[in-house]
Design a protein around this ligand. Structure first.
Ligand code: GTP
Ligand code: MG
Length: 210
């Protein structure tokens, strides 16, 4: 546990932003990527996970993240913020270029160990999320399902949503565990998510270099 706290609260560098068509960084570090529909809260979750307010750019308007961003945690783990999918107002050409860039990354990245698929707690799985989980399984990538913005639901609304989500997950192959409900705004679920990410990326080597 001590090592996890050290990793997620230590030195963080934004090392690389890769726009569509550009190369990806050459790095030996294990990676965890965050994916999900546009505006689901990927960049906010990354900030909460690494205890930063504004390192990853967030926005009320969907389509905020257009490049693939790499964050180096203590030369030990790379966090990758991916552009969202399903944003209808972006031009077809631009969204196709972004989607292609993301698929290239997912399909050709041996150091990528796990992908967190973010789903809005209020809406549950959309077809595009199910498709993403299936695609990740096809690429041989394990996924962690993270429900976001759970502060927007009342306590009594959480149970039926959790049941629906659990039923949807039974139909999907690949996810590592039951869905984890989180709130970046209130900090719910962050310790658990840090543990899951750590286990899936560094669990075998258990090394923190500095
Ligand atoms: N209430 C609440 N709002 C949140 C939470 N997480 C994110 N938001 C809000 O949701 C909006 C989108 O958040 P982002 O983190 O930019 O979402 P994203 O998935 O990175 O979006 P794209 O980069 O456009 O795909 C922002 O207005 C955030 O403040 C949360 O846990 N609770
Ligand atoms: Mg973003």
């Amino acid at each position: 546990m001590a090592d996890i706290a050290k990793l997620f609260k230590g030195q963080i560098d934004h090392v690389f932003a890769s726009p569509p068509g550009a190369p990806l960084p050459d790095s030996p570090l294990p990676e965890v990527a965050f994916i999900g529909r546009s505006n689901v809260g990927k960049s906010s979750l990354i900030n909460a996970l690494i205890s930063q307010k504004k390192l990853a750019r967030t926005s009320k308007t969907p389509g905020a993240t257009k490049n693939i961003h790499f964050y180096n945690l203590m030369d030990t783990l790379m966090i990758v913020d991916l552009p969202g999918y399903g944003y209808a107002k972006m031009s077809k050409t631009e969204s196709a270029e972004i989607a292609q860039h993301v698929v290239n990354f997912l399909a050709n990245r041996p150091q990528l160990k796990v992908v967190c698929v973010l789903v809005d707690s209020r809406h549950g799985f959309k077809d595009s999320d199910k498709e993403m989980v299936r695609q990740l399984a096809e690429f041989g990538l394990p996924s962690i399902i993270v429900m976001t913005k759970s502060d927007k639901l009342k306590e009594k609304q959480l149970k039926p949503v959790a049941r629906h989500v659990a039923a949807d997950m039974e139909m999907l192959t690949g996810p590592l565990h039951e869905a984890l409900f989180t709130s970046s705004e209130k900090g719910f679920g962050m310790e658990k998510l840090r543990q899951l990410v750590y286990d899936a990326t560094l669990g075998m080597t258990n090394e923190i270099t500095n």
